[in-house]
Design a protein around this ligand. Structure first.
Ligand code: SF4
Length: 377
């Protein structure tokens, strides 16, 4: 039922990105590129590279990456780095340069890079609250998450104030041409599940700079929060399932699994009414135990609702309980992303239709590259 009949043409970039993201890459010189994703909420431990016109995030600090068959050489005089596999060159890539706003510090002495970071090439990202009710006990924590690590390492601050976010967002737009911004958060105690910090942050940022924003939080208790977030300046909303089968949810994220899947589905429905089709999305980590069929079945349901199913390969982050869990095989990822790309195109909710956020950025998955393949009739 989910077999893809995509033509084989144009598959090489999508498959190469998929292979790199599943295996990770070894760097001859680990200092090249900037640490775009280290610690923080959700997937982490990546570096950004640009292949042709596409910038993607590839794991570098993970166990599979240390064993990766892909070796990346330092940049040549033209700024290009050779990628080899078994000694043979398979691609040339570039590392985005360090953003200029990283050199700045707030009036109260906090480096801008501790308030927000550059993801991919033109996305500003921040974890507004670096603490989470799900992270307070190892029994409840999401096993893949590293939200406490960058805080413990002093690479970020626990709560980014609306004023700090506005200051950094303005600078990142002016100095580095940032095009959209992701605001994620650890889940606070209140029943709004993080929606209230989205509201106060978005209001301040939008007052300072015209920048499309994606908010990310758990489904708020009351659907009224969707409209409040929209009114405050959130353009797109992410509510992340991470896993789609209840057994996998309970094993991987015992705290978050107490929120029933039905709550996510009803919140998605309410959010699409407020934000519109394609402007609501969810992150699904493939490789944690959900079958291909379960992910594609959920993907179809979400597409029908107008919710963008952003499926990314699970990356085992060092220091988390899942650091030794294997990354998914590239063949497994491709067997999901190809048909999912078709579903998304057919539903008219492509990555490029999204106003802001992870789905629009797309750098953590090869999914958006598969969407660009010609869909068969
Ligand atoms: S997809 Fe999301 S988490 Fe990944 S690089 Fe882009 S903005 Fe960051």
């Amino acid at each position: 039922m989910f077999e893809s009949d995509l033509p084989e043409s144009n598959l090489s970039d999508a498959d190469l990105i998929n292979d790199l993201q599943s295996h990770g890459m070894r760097l001859v010189d680990p200092r090249v590129g900037h640490e775009a994703r280290r610690g923080g909420a959700g997937p982490s431990d990546h570096k950004a590279i640009t292949i042709g016109e596409t910038t993607v995030m590839v794991p570098v600090h993970t166990a599979p990456a240390f064993e990766s068959p892909f070796l990346v050489e330092p940049p040549d005089a033209k700024g290009q780095s050779r990628v080899t596999r078994d000694g043979a060159e398979i691609a040339k890539v570039r590392f985005p340069t360090k953003p200029k706003f990283y050199d700045l510090t707030t009036a109260d002495g906090v480096p801008y890079s501790q308030i927000a970071t550059l993801h991919s090439r033109d996305v500003l990202a921040t974890t507004v609250l670096q603490t989470c009710i799900r992270y307070e006990s190892r029994k409840k924590t999401c096993q893949f998450c590293a939200i406490g690590q960058s805080l413990a390492a002093g690479r970020t601050i626990a709560h980014k104030t609306p004023a700090q976010l506005a200051e950094v967002a303005k600078a990142a737009v002016e100095l580095d041409g940032v095009k959209h911004m992701v605001l994620t958060t650890g889940t606070p105690k209140g029943r709004d599940r993080g929606a209230a910090v989205m509201v106060e942050s978005a209001r301040a940022i939008k007052a300072a700079v015209d920048l499309p924003l994606q908010g990310q939080c758990e489904p708020p208790d009351d659907d009224i929060w969707h409209q409040r977030m929209k009114d405050a300046g959130i353009d797109a909303l992410g509510m992340h399932l991470e896993a789609v089968t209840q057994e996998v949810r309970e094993r991987i994220m015992p705290g978050k699994a107490t929120v029933p899947l039905e709550k996510y589905m009803s919140s998605f429905e309410a959010a699409v009414k407020v934000f519109g089709r394609a402007q609501v999305s969810t992150y699904i980590l493939a490789g944690l135990g959900d079958t291909r069929e379960a992910i594609l079945e959920m993907g179809q349901k979400l597409c029908d609702m107008g919710v963008y199913p952003f499926v990314v390969p699970f990356v085992p982050i060092s220091g988390t309980p899942l650091e030794s869990h294997p990354a998914p095989k590239p063949e497994f990822m491709a067997s999901i992303l190809r048909p999912l790309g078709e579903m998304i195109v057919r539903a008219g909710i492509r990555s490029e239709d999204i106003k802001a956020g992870c789905g629009k950025c797309g750098a953590c998955s090869a999914l958006s590259t598969y969407e660009k393949l010609k869909v068969s009739a």
